[in-house]
Structures are given as C-alpha cells and as structure tokens.
Ligand binder design. Structure first.
Ligand code: GTP
Length: 604
C-alpha cells in the first residue's frame, strides 16, 4: 500500500452514542469480520467493557477497502469512551490524521462530544461529523446539525446522517474518510521512526507495542532502540491488527500495527516513545506527558492471608495498565496493603472490578483522595524533603500549617451540557462544590453548556451521581486537568475518647470541615458496638473539637434488639460478634472491630 492510499483515523463520541456499533459495521463492510449479526462491539475485549458498555482500553484494526477501483488501507484506531481516559484519547489521536465524530441524533451534543471535539481540533485533525441513530423515533438530526454548526463551526452539509445499528449510510462514512482525511505525510525511504501509542502485555510473548510508522520500514531481525530508555532490542515479529494480531513481513511508513521485540514490562514500551534503528538515530517525536494519577485510595485484602494472592494479582493487572501507580502501605486496623493511584474514579472502579472478575479477589478499597501539594517554609522540612514543594497523597504526611507557606489543591475544568430546565439546580450544586463559573452558552433553544472550574476533590466522590440525579439523567459531564490552585486546607483527626484514629484522618477544605466531621462521627457511632463505658467520638482540627457524637455504654444482651425469635438470625449475630472480637483494634481503651473501619472508610 503506497502512503497515498492509507488513512489513519479514530472514532470519537460521547458514551453510548454508538462508537462501537459503528466500528463493528465498518469492520463488516470491509470484510474484516464476518457479517453474522452477532458482532456486538468486537473491539471491546474486556469483560468489564462489555458489561458496562464502555471502552476502557483502546483496540485498533486495519480495514481493507476498495473505492472506485483503488485499494485503500484504513487504520481504525479505537479510543476509550470515558472522561477518565481522555489522556488515552489524545495519545490515540496522535497516530491519526482524522476523526469521525459521532453524535446521537436524539441526545445531541453532550459534554464528552465537546471535550473530544477539542482534542481533535487542537491536534489539527480532519473532522467528519456523523449523526447516528436516525432510525430512532425521537431522532432530530436537523437540530443536532444546527448544534454542530453553532458550537464547532462545521457547515451543516458536511454532516452524514446514519444508523449504525441498521447500517444506513455507513458506506458514505467510509467514502468521507477517504475523501476528507489526508494520508499520513511520511516516506518509507526515510530512517525508521515509530511512535508507540499503546502497549499490552501477553504472558507468552511479552510486551506487544502498538506503533504508528512516521518514517521508514520495520521487519523481523531489525535492531532498534527506544529513545526513552535507550535500551536496544531485536524485532521478533511485526504485524497488523485485524483486530487480532496478524503477523506480516514488513510494516511501512504511514502504517499502523504492532511489534514484539523481547520487551518484558510495559514500562519498557512507554506510550509516546519513539523507536528507531540502532544505526540510524533520529530526532524523537514529541512525546506525551506521562499519565498522572489523580485519585488515590488504599487497597487491602479482606483477609490478610490473601495478601500474597492479591499482590500477584495486582502485579499482573498493572502489567497491562501502566497508568495505575502502586505503593506499599499499611494500617493498624486493615493490615498490610497498598496505596494505589488512578486516573479517575471510573478507572478505579474498573480496576477493582477486573480484580474481582479476572482474579477472583475481594478487596477493601478506602475512600478516595486527591494529590494535594504544600509549599514548605520550614528550612528544616525543606532539607528533610530536599525540596520546597511536596505532594501529599496520605493525610499522615500532612505538614503543619506553621511550616507551610501555601497549600495547593488540584483543579479541573468541567463541561456540563444540560436541558435548560435544570440550570438552577446545577448552578446551586456547582456552588456547593466550591466551583467557579467560567462560561455559559446556549447550544440551541433548549440546551445549555456550562463550564466550571472545580476543585478535583469536590467531584471525585459523588458529583456525577448528584448531577445525574437532579437532572433526571439528562445532564452530561466531562472534565480536563486545570492545574493547581491555592486552598485553605486542613487535616482533620477523628478521636475516640481523646485518642486519634490514624486511619480516619483526612485532608479537607476548611469550609467543609464541619459537615464532613459530623458525617464521619455519625457513621462511626453506627459502626462501633457499645462497650462497658461511654465513648466520645470527636472530629478535631489540631486541638479544636468541631463535631462530637456520644456512644452510650453497653446494653448487655446483644440479641435482645433482634426482633422475633428467628434462631438462625440470632446465631448469625452471635457468630458475627465472636468473629468481630478477633479482629478488634484497640484505640486507647476502646475496641473497634475491623469491620467498623471498613464501613466508615469504604465508599458508599
Ligand atoms: P462507549 O463504548 O461506552 O463509548 O459506547 P459507544 O459509543 O461505543 O456506544 P455503543 O456502540 O455501545 O452503542 C450504545 C447503544 O446504542 C447500544 O445499545 C447500541 O445498540 C445503540 N445504538 C448504536 N447505534 C445505533 C443506531 O444507529 N440506532 C439505534 N436505535 N441504536 C443504536
């Protein structure tokens, strides 16, 4: 395939607008997969992806298509479909010259449509707007075309109306891909220059790196070097993705495919790295920023005897997902465990679900926190850390106010698209989350786009759910990293009869201290069984108590409060109490069952 007949493109869309369905149709039309009617989301390989209907890891495929007597090689580079993975979207786009932007004909432009459009626009890619689901009864493609024109400045007549489900006009999309998207600008005669845009790990074959060739050619036996690690490798196999790996003799400039070269860890195939020939060094392609974890949580085995099994499951899972960071951690109540960093909340959930489904692990995941920063003013601490600006991912490391000139918190720029009737409630919600409005724009008579600068910790736990609840599911949300801002942060301790419980210390904004303190005290009161004496449960900032609950002394008969005489229920309760005793942690003279920590720390 000469470079002129190659097209490299991605499909981008808001969740559920039909990206995977369109990809399946494209694969069928081009004969890449058989038309069985059972090809549901062939590119989504992971079980969690199928269950949740979201794409987590990008998969790519090469399609062969004859148009007006010319054979074309169309490389479809799949992108993940969720806000947490926008980092992966941008890196997939770097291997493309154009995108298909899919918008649901009924729902219209949503938050992620806007975010994805700008990623493609900034990368200067050709954009083909496609209005999907025109078969739906409520489809209003005209309205959506007007939105696209207003917001993205794309003429109405450039939109293609399709039904990916029924296959209507899908062929037209392929023709647009050929006409509108330029071929890659590169030459096989140049020295080899291969961009690594994704990598996976295979137990038998090691690292499989997905590459886009920006120059030269590559085949088995070539000796290559990584610009990032400077390590040398000999190529064992190259091939294309159809969408499974299919070995071929050679990959040429402009093509997209995979490479296996004896790399043992995914960190050796850094996303954004450039590979070149040992004898022909080249200027590396501009890389990407490494993925930054934005949400941290503690992970512990439910049962400490499972520690080693969990460790090996974590090791194997992170081999395939280099964006998760892992540090060992331990807690007196929960035992030995880890502190994990994720790109976002969904990423954390997906990871947890994969541990459960693919490795049969059941774990305790503590409440998520974000990475705060502190600018130190104490010369002693600066010396200790070797720098003035430190990142804090654990409340135990929170430096005292007296030794700090400024605390900083991470922020994100959030985009919300909503029917106008919910604006009032949404604005109130955003204000409650300490967000600052940056923009408000009507995208048509009924829909509004809002932009807010949010402190990240205000959205990590339940913002998305709250937004969905108050808009009956109609508002959509997406966000991008917006750097750090100064914040009035404090560390809040939880005390039991005056003794601090280190597992429950949190870093929060001063304004939120009272509400959060009260909430934690109430929850803890429900979770600790009564004891022989009264227990004061307090939230404190330094020496100042800001919330208090009192747990009254023991009532002797634990089963008395159990209604009726169901014997099995009574036995269960007694058994649970006995088990609980084994897992007590003593704080001062107060005995706290391990399960109380779990109930307080666990996300709800
Ligand atoms: P993510 O992978 O989460 O990004 O979703 P997606 O954009 O890939 O959407 P997907 O292809 O999974 O489609 C979402 C839902 O819309 C599925 O239930 C599809 O069957 C349905 N759908 C897709 N295209 C059409 C269409 O043209 N018409 C109708 N009626 N339904 C469609």
């Amino acid at each position: 395939y000469p470079v002129e007949s190659i097209r490299n493109f991605s499909i981008i869309a808001h969740v559920d607008h039909g990206k995977s369905t369109l990809a399946d149709r494209l694969l069928e039309i081009t004969g890449t997969i058989a038309k069985t009617g059972r090809n549901k989301q062939v590119l989504d390989k992971l079980q969690v992806e199928r269950e949740r209907g979201i794409t987590v890891k990008a998969q790519s495929a090469s399609l062969f298509y004859n148009h007006e007597g010319v054979n074309y090689l169309l490389n479809l580079i799949d992108t993940p479909g969720h806000v947490d993975f926008s980092y992966e979207v941008s890196r997939s786009l770097s291997a493309c010259q154009g995108v298909i932007l899919v918008v649901d004909a009924n729902e219209g432009i949503q938050a992620q449509t806007v975010a994805n459009f700008y990623l493609a626009f900034e990368a200067q890619l050709a954009i083909i707007p496609v209005i999907n689901k025109i078969d739906l009864k409520n489809a209003d493609p005209e309205r959506v075309e007007k939105q696209i024109e207003k917001l993205f400045d794309i003429p109405i007549d450039e939109c293609v109306r399709i039904s990916a489900k029924q296959g209507t006009n899908v062929e037209k999309v392929l023709q647009k891909v050929i006409e509108k998207i330029p071929p890659p600008q590169c030459h096989t005669a140049d020295p080899l220059k291969a961009l690594v845009f994704d990598s996976t790990f295979d137990h038998y074959r090691g690292v499989i790196a997905n590459i886009a060739l920006f120059g030269g050619e590559i085949q088995k036996g070539y000796k290559i070097v990584s610009a990032h690690t400077k390590k040398r490798y000999e190529v064992n196999e190259v091939g294309i993705l159809t969408p499974n790996e299919q070995p071929i003799h050679k990959l040429y400039a402009g093509q997209v495919g995979y490479l296996i070269a004896g790399m043992k860890e995914v960190t050796e195939a850094q996303i954004g790295d450039t590979l070149f020939l040992y004898e022909q060094p080249v200027e590396p392609l501009p890389g990407f920023k490494t993925a930054k974890p934005m949400v941290f949580a503690g992970m512990y085995p439910v049962d400490q005897t499972e520690y080693n099994n969990l460790r090996s499951a974590l090791e194997r899972l992170t081999l395939n997902d280099s964006s998760v960071t892992v540090h060992r951690d331990s807690s007196l109540a929960l035992g030995a465990g880890w502190r994990l960093g994720f790109l976002g909340l969904l990423h954390m959930e997906v990871f947890n679900q994969r541990l459960e489904q693919e490795y049969n692990m059941s774990v305790i995941l503590t409440a998520p926190t974000v990475p705060y920063k502190a600018i130190l003013s104490s010369a002693k601490l600066i010396k200790e850390y070797g720098k003035a600006e430190i990142t804090i991912i654990n409340p135990a490391q929170f430096p005292d106010r007296l030794s700090v000139s400024e605390y900083l918190e991470p922020t994100v720029l959030g985009t919300i698209v909503t029917p106008q009737e919910y604006i009032g409630k949404i604005i109130a919600l955003c204000q409650d989350r300490r967000a600052v409005q940056k923009d408000m724009l009507y995208i048509d008579e009924r829909r509004v786009m809002l932009k807010y600068l949010f402190p990240l910790n205000e959205i990590v736990v339940d913002f998305y759910d709250a937004l969905k609840a108050l808009s009956s599911g109609y508002a959509s949300f997406d966000y991008e990293d917006a750097g750090y801002q100064a914040a009035d942060l404090i560390k809040m301790d939880i005390l039991l009869n005056g003794n601090p419980v280190e597992e429950l210390a949190t870093i929060i904004h001063n304004d939120k201290a009272h509400v959060t303190g009260k909430f934690l005290c109430e929850r803890l009161k429900d979770a600790i069984p009564r004891q022989l004496f009264e227990i004061a449960i307090q939230a404190a900032i330094g020496k100042k108590i800001i919330a208090r609950e009192t747990l009254k002394a023991y009532r002797k008969n634990v089963v008395a409060k159990c209604y009726g005489g169901d014997i099995t229920r009574r036995m269960k309760l007694l058994k649970r109490q006995a088990e609980g005793k084994k897992l007590m942690r003593k704080i001062g003279n107060v005995e706290v069952p391990r399960d109380a920590f779990i109930r307080v720390l666990k996300r709800q």
